[in-house]
Design a protein around this ligand. Sequence first.
Ligand code: SAM
Ligand code: SF4
Length: 331
Amino acid sequence: MSEPLVDSFGRIHNNLRISVTDRCNIRCFYCMPAENVQFMPRADLLSFEEMERFVRICVGLGVNKVRLTGGEPLVRKDLHKLVAMIAAIDGVHDIGITTNGILLAEQAQDLWDAGLRRINVSLDALDPVKFKEITRREGYENVLAGIQAAQRVGFDPVKVNAVSVRGMTETEIVPFGHFARTTGAEIRFIEFMPLDADNAWERDKVLFAHEIIERLSAEIMPLIPIPDQNPHAPATEFVFEDGVGRIGFIASVSQPFCMNCDRFRITADGKVRNCLFSLEETDIRGLLRGGGTDAEIADAVRASVAAKWEGHQINTAKFIQPDRPMYSIGG
Ligand code: SAM
Ligand code: SF4
């Protein structure tokens, strides 16, 4: 392996997120517009072979963790084949996926057999009516079936991501606390971030982690921080006082973790972004398709990471929301 991928703040980047598509089978309001979404032309999406080559090059730069996301990754045909291709790369120690779970029940076994071991399923409400309000689509039962299927085939824990939005999430907090305790799934509340297609984010619309912790502690029982957590993990994890039920918090707005960030990402159309909130991208697809050598692609990745800023500016007047919403970046 050559020099690790390091930025000007000394952060080493070993964690790659790959968006495999910008398409999605639901329309969460905090991510996508309700209708008339302009998806990328299919020819612009990287092929599995192109993604595999890119991962191999990144492994040569020290990457050992890969997560597939989107858009909805499970709408990409034969995704398990990509999982198997990446799992077979020497040096990839950890491969995960983030999915809305709608198609998970039918794919969980294939994904497991392909070598996937980490799964995050997004579900913002345990109330089916609220689920439909948020996602503007049907599918609540499929997501629950997907979580159960994932647990059955061996994923442990299944992590459930819930975006926390003021005026929406309050009624779901205690039900999610009980869900964590009864199912063994770990619930992770993610503070609503300014990456929505409608540009409607406001700080007042974020339900903060500390408010959820207070509510769960008062209404179920105290939450205790889990000791010795990985400082690079975005979630701060807690367990209920009796040891039953894990809850994590990704407090990107109220407690940014940029100084411990070890991630970079590639969009489905092959642009490297050194931060979710980047305003600049590095074109890798052009190199992949234009005869670029592995060394040229590695240099492009290195330069992108080296230029990473100190952190997002969500809490300042300087913040500029990126042109690409979450579904197009790959969350
Ligand atoms: N479609 C898959 C899913 O929903 O899990 C993967 C892609 S989605 C963009 C990845 C994660 O980003 C999901 O957990 C989703 O809830 C989260 N997300 C999307 N928009 C967000 C926003 N504006 N703020 C915080 N989290 C967001
Ligand atoms: Fe689709 Fe995921 Fe965005 Fe929801 S958050 S619209 S499931 S990409």
